[in-house]
Design a protein around this ligand. Structure first.
Ligand code: GLA
Length: 403
């Protein structure tokens, strides 16, 4: 299938943004609130419906080979790491709910850095789900769709927490959103006009469906184990949720109990301490954002990074270096964002400082690594954007001439 004629004849285009998590890292799978926002960068799919169940995907990026499958409730996966598995995940989740879905022919493009902790893969999954739903004239209420796709993405083998699909679908322009779970809710807070978030990729790939997956899933199991042991020590039911555990005991008591060697091993104590302190930081950060308190938000970003590096052990030397350089260049705070193990950082500065921070990262991080030419792809200012949407037919890239 040639891409250009297809793009011209596509009946619709769907756009699903990437996301940057501002704070609340590695706690969504504990059912604890997080504070991400959607990016201006996105995955876009031009598609038209087919009359059968087949789905054919072509990616404008030649690194991703064409992929095809039939839409039904149990779709055999392509080999682990294959990009088409995110489309399969979307199709399977929907087909389990709507048994007679037709497929689509789809052309995919993206300006999101890949495997950079910015949810390009969840954006692909969400975009594909919207394309299939639109092609079939079916719909799912927004919050239900977020949950359906959050669970649906586990098809690829990662025990993700649901933040990504929720913000990609539910983001508001100009806002970050606190996401609460069980029940799922999104509460937007406007990002102050004189704040600027900057995203910078470490040049280290963090494949969600690759090497990082095992380390990620291990963290989810450790959090579960720590919760059960702390609950037992406090005389609570072992299946108590994290939010209920936090409601039952003050933070100080939780940290004290977790620090007792008889309750948790060293590793579990550190994991638990990250979860407890990060959950506290999310509440404080949301308050700071609403009050326009840049300095406090920055301090919380720094504390989050330290905790992710030392207690949760998901950072990487290149992420630590980026954080350090951003701080030295005038960011009020910075931290790794997303699952870690590589990927990107998010830094916060006053808007008028952003050019200086970007210039310093270019000169001191990207140039010595031979990546200064491509720097616009690796780092950018993050504009809080709207969630995913189906657009009327048109060129895939806004402003490009069709065909
Ligand atoms: C990945 C997962 C999310 C979340 C983050 C870490 O992006 O998909 O659910 O757990 O890692 O905060």
């Amino acid at each position: 299938m040639a891409s250009r004629p297809f793009a011209a004849s596509a009946s619709h285009v769907v756009r699903a943004p990437g996301r940057v998590n501002l704070i609340g890292e590695h706690i969504d799978y504990c059912g604890l609130s997080v504070l991400p926002m959607a990016l201006g960068r996105s995955v876009r799919i031009a598609f038209h419906p087919r009359s059968d169940r087949e789905t054919r995907l072509v990616n404008r990026d030649p690194r991703f080979a064409p992929s095809a499958f039939a839409v039904h409730g149990s779709i055999p996966p392509a080999p682990a790491g294959d990009w088409g598995n995110y489309a399969r995940a979307a199709a399977q989740a929907l087909a389990q709910r709507f048994p007679d879905l037709r497929g689509v022919d789809a052309l995919v493009e993206s300006d999101l850095p890949i495997a950079a902790g910015l949810s390009s893969s969840s954006a692909l999954l969400v975009a594909m789900a919207l394309a299939i739903m639109h092609a079939n004239g079916v719909s799912v209420p927004s919050l239900e769709l977020m949950e359906l796709l959050g669970k649906g993405e586990r098809y690829v083998g990662t025990a993700g927490g649901g933040m990504d699909q929720a913000i990609i679908l539910g983001a508001r322009t100009g806002c970050a959103s606190r996401i609460d779970f069980h029940p799922l809710r999104l509460t937007p807070t406007p990002v102050p006009a004189d704040w600027q978030f900057i995203v910078a990729w470490s040049l280290v790939h963090a494949e969600k469906s690759g090497a990082a997956q095992q380390a990620y899933n291990e963290r989810t199991r450790q959090c579960d184990a720590a919760r059960r042991l702390v609950a037992a020590r406090l005389g609570r039911r072992e299946d108590i949720s994290y939010p209920d555990l936090f409601a039952a005991a003050p933070v100080e008591q939780l940290l004290e109990v977790a620090g007792e060697r008889t309750t948790l091993s060293g590793v579990l104590a550190r994991r638990f301490r990250h979860v407890v302190t990060e959950a506290t930081r999310v509440r404080q950060a949301e308050t700071a954002m609403a009050a326009g308190d840049l300095a406090t938000f920055g301090r919380l970003l720094d504390a989050s990074h330290q905790s992710l590096r030392d207690d949760y052990e998901v950072s990487h030397a290149e992420l630590d270096r980026l954080v350090e350089l951003a701080r030295e260049a005038g960011a009020v705070g910075a931290r790794l964002t997303g699952a870690g193990f590589g990927g990107s950082i998010v830094a916060l500065c006053r808007a008028d400082r952003a050019p200086a921070v970007l210039a310093a990262l270019q000169e001191r991080f990207y140039a010595p690594r031979g990546a200064a030419d491509d720097v616009g792809r690796h780092m950018f200012t993050a504009e809080p954007s709207a969630g995913a949407e189906v657009l009327a037919a048109g060129p895939l890239t806004p402003g490009a001439s069709p065909g």
